[in-house]
Design a protein around this ligand. Structure first.
Ligand code: DGJ
Length: 754
C-alpha cells in the first residue's frame, strides 16, 4: 500500500516500510527503509543536525537543517553540497533536482524503452523532480515483499545534455552493515565475498558489457550478526544484463549510501532537447529474518514477477543435452541413439547443442550461418525433431546468435556487422560480437532464429553467448537494448518455446535475461562439489526454478574430480534437472540409478523447483505443502566423524512426519582391496572378479526411517553414523568424500515408531 500523509510518502509492502519525505528544500529524504512502521511514524526518523558539522555546505545560510551532505536522501544532486556519491552526472554540469509533483498509480508504470521490467500485482509511486532544463521522474513500485525503483531523465532545455552517469536508485540507510558480492569467472561463478561497509566505498561492478560472472549484479547488505534465520539483511538486484554498478559507502554521519544502476564506466549518452533516458529497474528486499527471509522474498518475486507469465510455476522438463557427451562430433544416427537412451532413462526433452549448422565442426568456423549441416543431419532439423518426438520426447536447439566467426558466410557477406573499433579486432574463442545496435543485424537474427524455430517442432532454445567484446565501448547499453528487442521479437510470438539463456555457463545470470526465459544454465562446471558453491550462492537471490543443473560424467571435465553419481543427482535435483554425458558408456547399474533418480525427481519435481528453499548448515532443504526434501552434502570426510544432526526448517511443530532416506547404493569397486574384509575368499582388487562385481553388484547404504513431530525434526534429527574406519554396516552411511544423503520428509497421520 502506498499513501501520502502530511508530506510523507508511506510505501508499505509485505514485511517492510519505506518512508520518504519532501523536505523544506524540495529534496527527497529517505527517512526509513526497514521493518514495517506507520506513515505517521515519520517523526521518529527525522534527523536534527543541531549545530551541524563544521565544514558543511548549506542550502540556506544559518539553517543547519539545510545541509545536503548530512541528510539521508533518496536522490541527490552533484556539485551542490552533497559530497557523497551522486546518482546523476552530466559531464561536470551540476545537477540539483527538486520536488515538483507526484502520483500514486495502481499497477506498474510501463517502461518506455525495450528494457524489461517486473510485472504483476503492484502499486507505483511516481515523483517528478525538476531543475532548469531537466525533468527527472523517480518510480517506486511495491511487488509484495519487494521494492523496485527506476529513474527517467528528460531534457526540457535547449542544449544537449551529456549523461555520464545515471543510477536507478539511491538510498541512505542508517546502521552498520557488511556487503556481500558474488564474484568469479568461467566454471567458477558465484564466489561469495563479504566486506564491512566503512567510509571507503565498496563497489560491485561489471565492465565487460554484460552482467558477467565476474560480478553478479545482485549483492547484499547484512548486519554483522545476521544468520540464515535472524538479523537484518537487504538484498539488491538489477533487471539488466549489461554493465552494472552497485556501491555502498558510509558517511561520517553514519548513513550508508547505496546506489544501483548502469555502470558509469565507458557510459555516455547524449540527450537531445525533448529526449528521455530511462534506467533499468533496481530491486531491493528487506528482511529481519536473516538471509533466508531475504532469499524467500527474492525467490517469490522472481517466480511471480520476473519470469514470463506462461512459465510461472510451470514444471520444467528433465532434459538431456548432447554437448558434454559429443561436443561437435555427432550425426543423425548418433543423436537418435542418444535420444533412445535418454528416453529410456526418463528424459523428456532432447537438446541438440552447438555444431548443427554451417561449417561449425569446431569453434573456429560457422558461427552466424544458421543453415542446417546436411552432412551431419541429412534429414534436417525437422527430420531429427520428428524422430525424437516419435520417441515421446520434445526437441530443443542451441543458438549463439549474438556472435560471428570471421570464417563464416555471414561475416564474409557483412564484415561491417561485427563490432569493431579503430584498433585491430581482438578475437576470443575465434569470434566477434555482432553489433546489435544495428537494425539490419537485429532483423537478421530475428529472421534466422525465427525461421529455424518454425521449421521444426522445437519447444526449447538454449541461447548462448560465449564472448564479450572489447569493442563494445560506449555502445554497451544500446547493444543490450538491441538484445532485448531481438528476444522480445523472437519469443513473445512463440510462447511455447522454453528459453534457457547461457553465457559460457553463468556469465549472464541476471534478472534481465530471466524476463525472457525462465531459466539460465548456471555454469559450465557440472562438478557437484563446485555446484554446491555456485547453486548455493545463486540461491541467495535466484530461485531453484531458474537454475539449469545437469548430471555429467566423472571424473569431471572441469575439475578432474571423481564424485558419486548419487551426489551428482542430489545436487542437480535442486534446480532444473538435466543429464549431459555420453550415455553409451554407462554401466547397467548406473543406468538403473539414473532411472531411479529421474523417477524420484519427477515425483517431487514441484517441491524441488518451486518449494521454499533453505540453506541448512551442511545442505539444502525445499518444502512445499506436506512434503520437504533435504540433502546433506559432504566434501572431505574426516576420520572417525561424530554424529551429525540435521535440523530441518518450515515444518509444522504439531504435525507428524515420516523421515526417510532416498535409498542410495554403494559400488563394490570403491572399496578396493578392503573387500577382503567382507568377502569369504581372497580377491585381487585389480582382478577380473572384482572388476566384474563392481559393474554388477551394489550394496545398500544406510537407510534411515523414522516418524517424528515437526518440532523434533526441527530441533534436529540424529542421522545414522558415518563410516568410522571399522567396517561395513548397512546401518551406517558409508559414502566417502563428496558423498551426500537425501531425505524425504512427508506429513503422516500418526506417530508410528517413536
Ligand atoms: C558454452 C556453453 O556454456 C556450453 O554449455 C556449450 O553450449 C558450449 N558453449 C557450446 O559451444
Amino acid at each position: 500500500m502506498i499513501e501520502y500523509k502530511n508530506g510523507v510518502f508511506g510505501l508499505h509492502g509485505e514485511g517492510f516500510s519505506c518512508l520518504l519525505r519532501v523536505n523544506a528544500y524540495g529534496l527527497l529524504e529517505q527517512l526509513h527503509f526497514g521493518r514495517p512502521v506507520r506513515t505517521e511514524d515519520a517523526g521518529a526518523f527525522l534527523c536534527h543536525p543541531g549545530l551541524g558539522w563544521g565544514e558543511s555546505v548549506l542550502l540556506k545560510e544559518d539553517d543547519t537543517e539545510s545541509c545536503p551532505d548530512g541528510m539521508p536522501l533518496a536522490w541527490s544532486g552533484s556539485g551542490r553540497g552533497d559530497y557523497r556519491e551522486s546518482p546523476l552526472e552530466l559531464s561536470g554540469v551540476p545537477t540539483d533536482f527538486r520536488y515538483d509533483s507526484h502520483e500514486i498509480i495502481d499497477g506498474i508504470a510501463q517502461m518506455e524503452s525495450a528494457l524489461p521490467q517486473a510485472k504483476g500485482e503492484a502499486q507505483t509511486l511516481k515523483i517528478k523532480m525538476v531543475q532548469p532544463g531537466g525533468e527527472l521522474t523517480l518510480y517506486f513500485s511495491i511487488f509484495g515483499g519487494v521494492l523496485t525503483r527506476r529513474a527517467v531523465l528528460k531534457n526540457t532545455g535547449e542544449q544537449t545534455l551529456q549523461i555520464t552517469k545515471i543510477m536507478s536508485s539511491l538510498m541512505d540507510l542508517p546502521g552498520d552493515y557488511e556487503m556481500t558480492t558474488f564474484d568469479g569467472g568461467w566454471i567458477a561463478e558465484m564466489r561469495k565475498h563479504t566486506l564491512p561497509v566503512l567510509q571507503n566505498r565498496v563497489v560491485n561492478e561489471s565492465t565487460t558489457g554484460f552482467s558477467s560472472h565476474r560480478h553478479n549484479p545482485g549483492f547484499l547488505l547484512s548486519s554483522p550478526d545476521a544468520t540464515e534465520e535472524s538479523g537484518t539483511v537487504y538484498g539488491f538486484n538489477l533487471v539488466y544484463s549489461g554493465n552494472h554498478y552497485g556501491a555502498a559507502q558510509k558517511s561520517l554521519q553514519g548513513f550508508i549510501r547505496v546506489v544501483q544502476g548502469i555502470s558509469p564506466s565507458n557510459f555516455i549518452k547524449a540527450l537531445k532537447p525533448g529526449e528521455r533516458f530511462e534506467t533499468p529497474e533496481a530491486v531491493m528486499a528487506f528482511s529481519e529474518r536473516g538471509f533466508g527471509g531475504m532469499s524467500e522474498k527474492m525467490h517469490r518475486f522472481v517466480n511471480t514477477c520476473i519470469v514470463p507469465k506462461q512459465w510461472q510455476h510451470k514444471l520444467r522438463p528433465v532434459l538431456f543435452n548432447n554437448w558434454e557427451g559429443c561436443m561437435f562430433d555427432f550425426n543423425h544416427r548418433r543423436l537418435v541413439n542418444l535420444a533412445k537412451d535418454a528416453k529410456e532413462l526418463g528424459c523428456e526433452l532432447f537438446v541438440l547443442d552447438d555444431g548443427w549448422f554451417g561449417k561449425r565442426n569446431s569453434d573456429k568456423a560457422g558461427l552466424g550461418d544458421y543453415d542446417v549441416n546436411k552432412e551431419k543431419l541429412p534429414y534436417g532439423l525437422s527430420g531429427l525433431a520428428k524422430k525424437i518426438n516419435s520417441m515421446g520426447m520434445e526437441f530443443g536447439l542451441w543458438f549463439e546468435p549474438e556472435s560471428v566467426n570471421p570464417d563464416s558466410d555471414l561475416y564474409r557477406a557483412h564484415p561491417d556487422w561485427a563490432l569493431t573499433d579503430s584498433f585491430t579486432p581482438l578475437l576470443s574463442r575465434n569470434q566477434l560480437l555482432l553489433d546489435l545496435s544495428k537494425r539490419q543485424v537485429r532483423d537478421y537474427i530475428v529472421e534466422k532464429v525465427g525461421f529455424t524455430l518454425d521449421s521444426a517442432p522445437i519447444t526449447y532454445v538454449k541461447w548462448d553467448m560465449n564472448r564479450h567484446s572489447v569493442a563494445l565501448g560506449a555502445k554497451a547499453h544500446e547493444y543490450i537494448l538491441g538484445l532485448y528487442e531481438v528476444l522480445d521479437r523472437i519469443f513473445t510470438p512463440r510462447p511455447r518455446v522454453l528459453l534457457e539463456s547461457c553465457s559460457s555457463g553463468g556469465n549472464r545470470f541476471d534478472l534481465g535475461m530471466l524476463c525472457f526465459g525462465p531459466q539460465v544454465w548456471a555454469s559450465d562446471d557440472t562438478d557437484p562439489i563446485e555446484r554446491l558453491t555456485i547453486q548455493g550462492n545463486l540461491s541467495y537471490l535466484y530461485p531453484q526454478s531458474t537454475m539449469g543443473a545437469h548430471v555429467s560424467a566423472a571424473p569431471h571435465a572441469q575439475t578432474l574430480r571423481t564424485t558419486p553419481l548419487s551426489t551428482r543427482g542430489n545436487v542437480s535435483f535442486f534446480g532444473c534437472l538435466g543429464y549431459e554425458l555420453d550415455l553409451k558408456h554407462l554401466l547397467k547399474l548406473e543406468r538403473e540409478q539414473i532411472k531411479e533418480q529421474i523417477a524420484f525427481y519427477k515425483k517431487y519435481r514441484e517441491v524441488f523447483q518451486f518449494g521454499t528453499f533453505r540453506r541448512l548448515q551442511r545442505g539444502w532443504q525445499v518444502t512445499k505443502g506436506k512434503t520437504a526434501l533435504a540433502a546433506t552434502f559432504r566434501t572431505v570426510l574426516p576420520a572417525a566423524p561424530g554424529y551429525e544432526t540435521l535440523a530441518l526448517r518450515d515444518l509444522e511443530e504439531e504435525k507428524c512426519y515420516q523421515f526417510s532416506t532416498f535409498a542410495q547404493k554403494l559400488r563394490i569397486g570403491q572399496f578396493g582391496s578392503l573387500v577382503k574384509h567382507v568377502a569369504p575368499v581372497d580377491l585381487d582388487p585389480n582382478g577380473m572378479i572384482l572388476r566384474t562385481a563392481d559393474r554388477l553388484i551394489t550394496m545398500p547404504d544406510g537407510n534411515q526411517k523414522l516418524t517424528a513431530s515437526g518440532a523434533a525434526l526441527m530441533a534436529g534429527v540424529r542421522l545414522l553414523p558415518l563410516f568410522r574406519g571399522t567396517g561395513y554396516d548397512k546401518n551406517q552411511r558409508t559414502l566417502t568424500d563428496f558423498g551426500s544423503d537425501l531425505y524425504i520428509i512427508e506429513e503422516v497421520e500418526t506417530l508410528e515408531n517413536t
